[in-house]
Design a protein around this ligand. Structure first.
Ligand SMILES: [Zn+2]
Length: 354
């Protein structure tokens, strides 16, 4: 195990099932659109168990546990990994079977079918990480969908999470990953309802359900355009948390000092396995940040995001007990992982004398 930066370290956003595009085997030229199509299942791509490589990275950097998800919606492979390593991984789930059927024209996507699938997956007890990394929705664009209709769907999803006492998550930045097809896809002519500010309504309706803002407003690129609305939601509700793994060091300053956010509402989650390399702009702010580069092409290697992300945290001169909350303590509380801890009292707690 490498030198750990915290007393118990949990990465709350990891993709252990990876998508292989197999461009060469398929005899097609690599394209950026092909990568995106493969992620969403439109292109024939192969999903595979990447957990051994993940465990190697975790051991190099002293990461004790990870909340893992599938890339490409392969819950079957994910379950195998979760059953094999219950001490290192908990799962976060999305309904994948109904989405696949809807995309292939075999069944109509309904929120009821999606909720039933999630209910069954959560009943296994393997998915204490809850639902995510965003709100389940139809893979087929629905141009006339109003926010009221979408809100009613989301309420049904959150009810499933409430029943199983697990968190839900909301994917915060819309298309900030500008390298491949991400940015253009986010604004593709039909309502996607991913604005972070919409979470105000959901968080108010469900004060007893934890809501995790995936990526905490920063998934990539140097623009901070989604940071302020995301922080605004976190500051407004006790049940809203922010993932921080792709933040550069300076982005921690404001939320750490905000009396309505603070270290208690930040959780470390890097998006390991999503193949987002770091870009370098010496002399500018930030010097490094996550994004894909069309100039470099499609990464075929495993991006080292732990090293970069932990180095950003190293720059913060804050009490170690507070850093321990961000790196693991808050996740233990939110995902109810006390039974996975080697000891009690690892994380900050004080008795107030009368
Ligand atoms: Zn992700």
């Amino acid at each position: 195990m490498g030198l750990a930066r915290g007393i118990f370290v949990i990465d709350t956003h990891v993709h252990a099932v990876r998508v292989a595009m197999k461009f060469k085997e398929r005899g097609v030229k690599p394209t950026y659109e092909g990568v995106f199509g493969g992620m969403t299942g439109k292109v024939q791509a192969v999903t595979y168990d990447n957990s051994e490589r993940l465990l190697y990275h975790m051991d190099r950097y002293g990461v004790d546990m990870a909340v893992i998800m599938a890339l490409g919606g392969d819950n079957e492979t994910l379950i195998k990994i979760l059953e094999k390593h219950p001490d290192r991984f908990i799962g976060r789930t999305m309904p994948s079977a109904i989405g696949r059927k809807a995309r292939d024209g075999e069944a109509e996507w309904t929120i009821q079918a999606a909720c039933k699938e999630m209910d069954e997956l959560l009943s296994t007890g393997l998915f204490r990480g809850g639902i995510g990394e965003g709100m389940p929705g139809s893979p087929v664009p629905r141009e006339d969908l109003t926010w009221r209709e979408r809100y009613e769907e989301i309420c049904q999803v959150v009810e499933v999470a409430r029943k199983h006492k697990v968190p839900v998550s909301w994917h915060t930045p819309m298309g900030t990953l500008s390298g491949y097809a991400g940015a253009s896809r986010a604004f593709a002519g039909y309502p996607r309802y991913e604005d972070p500010l919409l979470v105000h309504e959901i968080a108010t309706t469900f004060p007893d359900v934890s809501i995790i803002m995936s990526h905490g407003g920063m998934q990539g690129w140097w623009s901070e355009m989604y940071m302020e609305p995301t922080l605004n939601v976190a500051a407004g509700h006790n049940n809203v948390y922010l993932e921080t793994g792709l933040w550069w060091a300076d982005l921690y300053d404001q939320p750490l000092r905000d009396p309505n956010i603070g270290p208690e509402k930040l959780i470390w989650g890097t998006d390991w396995g999503a193949s987002i390399p770091q870009q370098w702009q010496p002399g500018l702010q930030p010097e490094t940040y996550a994004n894909q580069s069309r100039r470099d092409g499609i990464p075929a290697h495993q991006i080292d995001v732990f090293g970069w992300s932990l180095k950003q945290l190293d720059k913060l001169d804050i009490p170690q007990d507070d850093l321990n909350l961000v790196l693991g303590g808050n996740a233990v509380r939110i995902f109810k992982l006390e039974d996975k801890m080697p000891h009690t009292r690892l994380f900050k707690q004080y008795l107030k004398p009368r």
